[in-house]
Design a protein around this ligand. Structure first.
Ligand SMILES: [Zn+2]
Length: 185
């Protein structure tokens, strides 16, 4: 994932709750895992190290952050949008576990059909597709780091069957995990 640094300009914007920077970036607060606009007043005593900068909602969701209920960093959300964003954030935090549509819908107290349709409507993607995307993103990061075996990476992204992992990886990324690793190391 792209990392944006907490520059002095951004840090000043956050500590001064400067609305001029709204729309340019959003920031996540590690303590409560919520993401805010620069102008948000919710957090008053932040440390620079507690902050993570994102350029768009997708990056924040992929990192497991949820939108702040005070400043609406993704705009005003309907209950359906809110549900889908919370599900995405949940998936990003639990991608290493077995996660089915049934488990997700139970956790969020909606029917599998509602969850499936809501996700498609709001993001154009089913929860299962998003789960796969998160798993492949994390797998590619670990392959680029070059420390773990492919089998270990498969396990860490919640796909313990390594041959199934290899099949999915090739489908999604267009090359095998071993080829991907070679390309970056
Ligand atoms: Zn906020």
């Amino acid at each position: 994932m792209v990392m944006y640094s907490v520059t002095k300009k951004r840090w000043d914007a956050i500590t001064h709750h400067d609305g001029q920077y709204d729309g340019q970036f959003i920031y996540g607060v590690r303590g409560d895992m919520q993401v805010c606009k620069p102008s948000c007043q919710r957090h008053q005593h932040l440390a620079r190290g507690d902050i993570k900068i994102f350029k768009n909602p997708d990056e924040a969701l992929l990192d497991g952050y949820t939108p702040c209920p005070d400043c609406f960093p993704f705009g005003k959300l309907s209950p359906r949008d809110q549900l889908v964003y919370e599900v995405k954030s949940y998936i990003a935090k639990h991608y290493d576990q077995r996660l089915t549509l049934e488990q997700l819908s139970e956790h969020f107290h909606v029917s599998p059909g509602v969850l499936h349709r809501s996700s498609l409507l709001v993001t154009g993607q089913t929860p299962q597709n998003y789960l796969l995307e998160v798993r492949m993103t994390r797998a590619q990061e670990m392959l680029r780091e070059g420390k773990l075996s492919v089998a270990m990476i498969a396990l860490k992204v919640g796909i313990p069957n390594v041959s199934y992992f290899n099949t999915v990886f090739k489908q999604q990324v267009g090359m095998t995990a071993a080829q991907y690793r070679k390309k970056f190391n």
